[in-house]
Ligand binder design. Sequence first.
Ligand SMILES: NC(=O)c1ccc[n+]([C@@H]2O[C@H](COP(=O)([O-])OP(=O)(O)OC[C@H]3O[C@@H](n4cnc5c(N)ncnc54)[C@H](O)[C@@H]3O)[C@@H](O)[C@H]2O)c1
Ligand SMILES: O=C(O)[C@H](O)COP(=O)(O)O
Length: 574
Amino acid sequence: MAATPLSSALFVSVSERRRFRCVVRSFNAKPTILVAEKLGDAGLNLLNEFANVDCCYDLTSEELCAKISLCDALVVRSGTRVSREVFESSGGRLRVVGRAGVGIDNVDLTAATEHGCLVVNAPTANTVAAAEHGIALLTAMARNIAQSNASLKSGEWERSKYIGVSLLGKTLAVLGFGKVGSEVARRAKGLGMNVIAHDPYASADRARAVGVQLKSFDEAISSAHFISLHMPLTASTSKMLNDEAFAKMKMGVRIVNVARGGVIDEEALLKALNAGIVAQAALDVFTEEPPAKDNQLVQHENVTTTPHLGASTAEAQEGVAIEIAEAVVGALKGELAATAVNAPTVPAQVLAELKPFVSLAEKLGRLAVQLVSGGGTGIRSVKVTYASSRTPAELNTRLLRATMIKGLIEPAATVNIVNADFVAKRRGLSVSEEFVSLNGSPVAPLESIGVRVANAESRFGSSISDVTGEISVEGRVKGEEGGPYLTRVGSFEVDVSLEGSVILCRQVDQPGMIGKVGTVLAEENVNVSFMTVGRIAPRKQAVMAIGVDEEPSKEALRKIGGIPAVEEFVYLKL
Ligand SMILES: NC(=O)c1ccc[n+]([C@@H]2O[C@H](COP(=O)([O-])OP(=O)(O)OC[C@H]3O[C@@H](n4cnc5c(N)ncnc54)[C@H](O)[C@@H]3O)[C@@H](O)[C@H]2O)c1
Ligand SMILES: O=C(O)[C@H](O)COP(=O)(O)O
C-alpha cells in the first residue's frame, strides 16, 4: 500500500513552517496523519481515505519533533517514545495520538492531556496473539526448545543436557488477569496446569468463570512453579518482581514476561537466575528495547528471548491496524472515542442515551459564563447538579462534567474534553457535583442538569436564584429529537431551545410586550425564531426569551432596553 509521500514536504524550516501550514490548511482541508511505525495495509487504507498519510519510520526524537507541528494525528507502536517534547513541539496542532496496540507506557499521557491531545489505543486486536506468544514461550522454555535448537544447529547432539520439565499439574501464577492474562489462563488450563491469578482489580466472578482462583501477590508468587506477567507498566507495577519478590518464590521457579520489561527489576532477575531461585526465564520484552548487545539476561543460557513479538502475527497486526485507524479517524471527526486512554469514555450503548445530555451540559456551561459580569475570568466555583431517578453509581458524569467545563471555559482558553479537568484546575476553578435523587422509573439517565456559579456578579440579575444567591441555569432534554432546552434561569421558569442565540428580557408582565420587542427586531431586520414568557405571577415580573437568527445590532439592543416595562435584558450566543 503506497502512502502519500508527504515526508519530504514536511521537512521544512521552522520559519517556513507557519506559512506552509497555512498553505496546507487553505488548499487542502484533509488532516495530516503521521504513521511513525509499520501499520497493516487495511488500517493504512482507512487512514488514506480520510487524510493525507505520511508514513515515515525510524525517526529520531528530533525528527519527530520537527515534523509534528504539521500533523493532526500521529500513529505509533511501542517503538516510538511520544514524549512531552513532542506535544510541546506540535504547537497545538496534534489532536490525536493513536497507539496501534495496548501498552501506552511509551506515550506521556500527562503531557498529552495537558495539551488537549486525545490518546487512543487498540486494546483488543492483539490479545490472542500475545496470549499465544506467552504460551509459546512457556512451553518452549519448559522444553529448552531455543537452546537445543541452537545447539543442534551448531553441530551438537545433546539429548541429556536438555531434559525439560512437564507442565501437567504444575501451578501457574498469572499476574495481571486482564485480557491477555485471562486468555493465557484459559490455555494453560487446557495444558493441565493449576492456574491461580493475582490482580487487584479483577473480579472474582470473572476468575471463577475461567476456573481460576484470585490470590494475593505474595500467595501467588510463593506457590507458583511458573509465573506469567500480564499487567501494564505503570508507576505501581514498575519492578514488581524485585529482590524482595524473588526471595519469596519457590526455588526453581520459571518466569514468562510478555508484558513489559520494566515490570521486572532486570538486575534482580539476573541475580535470582544465578542463585538458582529462578531456573529459567522467557522474555519477550525488555526495559530498554532493543537491549544492549551484551545484555546479560539476553546472553544467559537459561533465558529464552524474543524481540517483542507478542503482537506480531499477521492476523493481530491487520486487526490492530484497523482498530487504531477507526479510532483515529473517529477522533479526528470529533466523535467520542470508545478507546480513549486520557479522556472520559463511556460504553457505546451508554453514550447513545447520554449524548443529548452531553450537548445540554456544554450549552449550560456556555450560557452560565455569559451571565457573569466581565466574562468567566473571575469564576472560582461552579456546581453541577444532576437530577435523576438513577443512583449516582449508575450515572457516568465524567463526560458531562468535562463538556460543561468546556462550555464554561472555552471563550477564555483552549479547552476540550481531554484537558477540561486539567484546565479548570490550572485556572483555579473548583467544580463540584451534586446529585438529586428523584422517584420514578429511570427511563432517561437524567431529568435535568443545573449549573450554579457562586460568588460572581451577574450581567442579568434575574439569573441569580432567590434560594441560593448564585447565578443559576437549569436545562432538560426535550422534544422528539431530544434537543437541549433551558428550563430555568435564576428563579424564573423558561422554555428556550438552546440553539442559535437568545435575548433574555426581564419585564413587568403586561399586554403588548411581545409585540413591542418583536417590532424593534423587525425594524432592524432580525428574524425571530421563537418567543416564550415565564412569569412569577400574572401582571408581576416575567422573563421573556426571544430566539433570534441574526445578531441584533447595538442599536436594536439599545431600543429593547429603552422599552419602559423592560427592566433588564441580556443577549446570549448558545
Ligand atoms: N509483548 C507484547 O507484544 C504485548 C502484547 C499485548 C500486550 N502487552 C502488554 O500486556 C499488558 C496487558 O495487556 P492486556 O490487553 O491484558 O491489558 P488489560 O488492561 O486487559 O489487563 C491488564 C491487567 O493488569 C491488571 N493490573 C494492573 N495493576 C496490577 C498489579 N499491580 N498487579 C496485578 N495486576 C495488575 C489490571 O487490573 C488488568 O486486569 C499491556 O499493558 C501491554 O503492556 C504486550
Ligand atoms: O502493548 C502492545 O500492544 C504490545 O506490546 C505490542 O507492541 P507493538 O505494537 O510494538 O508490537
